[in-house]
Design a protein around this ligand. Structure first.
Ligand SMILES: NC(=O)N[C@@H](O)C(=O)O
Ligand code: NI
Length: 171
């Protein structure tokens, strides 16, 4: 049986996304509990979530994009991962939309699906992938729009790795 045979493919079961579990890979964005700072004459509360999105390395600048994603079919194959070494990448759903995040720590490229971690959001959570975090491209569970904030400038900052031992992810 070779490395590419389906029998060796790992099945990743995505766990519910929590800040603690996701900490090695980035930051979870979620509606804060408690009181925010009153602004606009008390008509709103402000919550500062993240002061540095790490988007300006090597002359980079922030880019705000919108991904209109189709719902993926699960279990979904995981055979290719990518990273953006120079900047973070943030995904925030517009409206209640879940997505699955498959990741590996920044550094050496993963070679097997068994080295990966998988999370599923609650529909309202977003994530900030830390620079260099290996990840699968957006896997929307529910079709719809996602706001994406990433670094732009100076060529394409996207390294791709093909897993020697692919797998699939379920949630
Ligand atoms: N291709 C593209 O812009 N998207 C990926 O970077 C992704 O992580 O979804
Ligand atoms: Ni990406």
């Amino acid at each position: 049986m070779n490395d590419f045979s389906p029998a060796s493919a790992a099945l990743l079961v995505a766990q519910p996304l929590t800040s603690h579990a996701f900490a090695p890979y980035g930051t979870v964005i979620e509606a804060p509990t408690g009181e925010g700072r009153p602004i606009n004459g008390g008509n709103a509360q402000r919550f500062d979530l993240l002061g540095d999105l790490q988007l300006d390395a090597e002359g980079g600048r922030p880019m705000l994009a919108l991904f209109r994603a189709q719902a993926r079919r699960f279990p979904h194959e995981v055979s290719e991962m990518e990273r953006h070494a120079l900047g973070s990448q943030t995904f925030v759903p517009l409206g209640d939309r879940r997505f699955v995040i498959v990741v590996a720590r920044a550094g050496e490229a993963p070679t097997s699906a068994q080295q990966l971690a998988a999370f599923v959001t609650d529909g309202r959570q977003g994530v900030v992938l830390a620079p260099g975090t290996w990840h699968h491209a957006l896997l929307a569970v529910d079709a719809g729009d996602f706001v994406v904030i990433e670094r732009a400038g100076g060529g394409v900052d996207c390294d791709v790795c093909l897993l020697r031992q692919s797998g699939s992810v379920q949630f």
